[in-house]
Design a protein around this ligand. Structure first.
Ligand code: HEM
Length: 445
């Protein structure tokens, strides 16, 4: 019986590897040993091996060339393969759940909201305004930077999407959104008290709030310069149903939440530990401030001039590996790398290891933002920090703009010390289980 998985998935032509225990497969080993599980399996079976993790038969690909191929070839039947709980809670119109021409349309509609012109003219002023107030009053306090950056990512998006400021509605939204996030990473068991049930409830309540907002907007006929305003506008060439609009908004909130907040928190951590990098970064931001009056916002040209900041963001994403990889699934039996992969199997495009490749990144375990000043590194074929192919992150520049503005106000206003003793885990996600506490003071003191 214990060999059930091995027997069940015995088929000619499959890649090498082990399938683990019935039902659980190798999920426990994967979650407990994390990157070491992957490295051990690779040492035994090579860069393309089978396993059974998170409830599905899965092929793990750690080969950079093949990873790229998989991401570039969605049309051959390699579509997103995120867990059911995530699809249920993010909605059936969310971008990861749609393929082919529907995906193209939804993506086009999203890019129309967050392209560089929109960032320059509409979004950046909102981000600036938000960061100024979010980062005020932190001096002479102990703050939990993890909590602050999480709040920041959510509230900044809410402001961009619907002009929602910190208020009772954003508080109510926050509570429901946090439930939704937990639910997307749970086992899809719909019983009272489970994270899945709570996540679903969170989704329902968020839908109610968004429906109400849409109704109010339609009734008032006022023109709003925000993402919802664009989505509802008659002039928008991408016509979406209300259900699609709502799932779009949930997707934007969700995709930019953990990525932006964790990168911001880890940038603060690395800068704390590397005073030379902090000095260089602060120099860049103080030079921008010097040319402005205190009330002047960060504009597009300032953002473009933040070369070292961009390098810090890339180096943080690389070294902390905020995204370990992306998931695909096969829509038909197919041949890949000389093996036969059955229909419905997951493909885990595991991009973590390439972040520590000493050929691409000499001295890979050192935090060295300077390496990214060579711009060709960002566009290297194997650099998959923001994914690749038809699903490459459409929010890349928006995320960078948010983190850059956050860093701008943080390093020009404050200095900080870690209180110490906080734990950081790196896998399966980067987080500080009990928070990351900083003692903050005014920069001038
Ligand atoms: C530092 C910040 C960010 C990182 C590291 C990041 C990373 C990624 C990665 C690796 C993917 C590929 C997923 C896949 O192939 O399955 C992705 C996709 C995506 N990202 Fe981001 N992201 C960031 C910020 C954002 C922001 C701010 C948004 C807000 C709009 C966003 C929206 C999306 C969307 C909608 C997709 C799916 C695209 C599609 O399926 O066509 N991301 N992101």
């Amino acid at each position: 019986l214990l060999r059930w998985n091995e027997v069940r998935y015995r088929k000619k032509g499959l890649p090498p590897g082990t399938m683990g225990w019935p039902v659980f497969g190798e999920t426990t080993e994967f979650l407990k040993q994390g990157p070491n599980f992957m490295k051990n399996q690779r040492a035994r079976y090579g860069s393309f091996f089978k396993s059974h993790i998170l409830g599905c038969p899965t092929v793990v690909s750690m080969d950079p060339e093949l990873n790229r191929y998989i991401l570039m070839n969605e049309a051959k039947g390699l579509v997103p393969g995120y867990p059911q709980s995530m699809l249920d809670i993010l909605g059936k119109c969310n971008i990861a759940a749609v393929h082919g021409s529907t995906h193209k349309y939804m993506r086009g509609s999203l890019l129309a909201l967050i392209n560089p012109t929109m960032i320059r003219d509409q979004i950046l002023p909102k981000i600036d305004d938000f960061m100024r107030s979010h980062l005020s009053g932190w001096a002479n306090q102990v703050i939990n930077i993890q909590e602050k950056t999480k709040e920041m990512a959510l509230l900044s998006s809410l402001k961009q999407i619907a002009g929602i400021e910190s208020s009772s509605i954003s508080e109510a939204f926050k509570t429901e959104f946090f439930k939704l996030v937990l639910g997307t990473l749970s086992l899809p068991i719909d019983l009272p008290g489970t994270n899945y049930r709570r996540g679903f409830q969170g989704r329902k309540n968020i839908i109610c709030m968004l429906e109400q907002l849409i109704e109010e907007r339609r009734a008032s006929q006022e023109v709003h310069q925000d993402m919802l305003g664009c989505l509802l506008s008659d002039e928008n060439r991408y016509k979406l149903s209300d259900e699609e609009i709502i799932d779009h908004i949930i997707t934007i909130l969700y995709s930019g939440y953990e990525t932006v907040s964790t990168t911001s928190m880890m940038a603060v951590k690395y800068l704390h530990d590397h005073p030379k990098a902090l000095e260089e970064l602060r120099k860049e931001h103080l030079a921008i401030r010097e040319k402005k009056r205190p009330e002047d916002p960060i504009d597009w040209n300032d953002l473009k001039s933040m070369r070292f900041t961009r390098a810090v963001i890339f180096e943080t994403s690389r070294l902390a590996t905020i995204v370990n990889g992306v998931l695909r699934k096969t829509t038909q039996d197919m041949e890949l790398n000389g093996y036969l992969i059955p229909k419905g199997w997951r493909i885990y495009v595991y991009t973590r290891e390439i972040n520590y490749d000493s050929f691409l990144y000499p001295d890979p375990l050192t935090f060295n933002p300077w390496r990214w000043l060579d711009k060709s590194l960002e566009s290297h074929n194997y650099c998959l920090i923001f994914g690749g192919g038809t699903r490459q992150c459409p929010g890349k520049e928006l995320g960078i703009a948010e983190i850059s503005t956050f860093l701008h106000y943080f390093v020009t206003r404050y200095r900080w010390e870690e209180v110490g003793g906080d734990k950081l885990t790196k896998f399966p996600r980067v987080e500080a289980p009990n928070g990351l506490h900083l003692r903050v003071s005014h920069l001038a003191n």
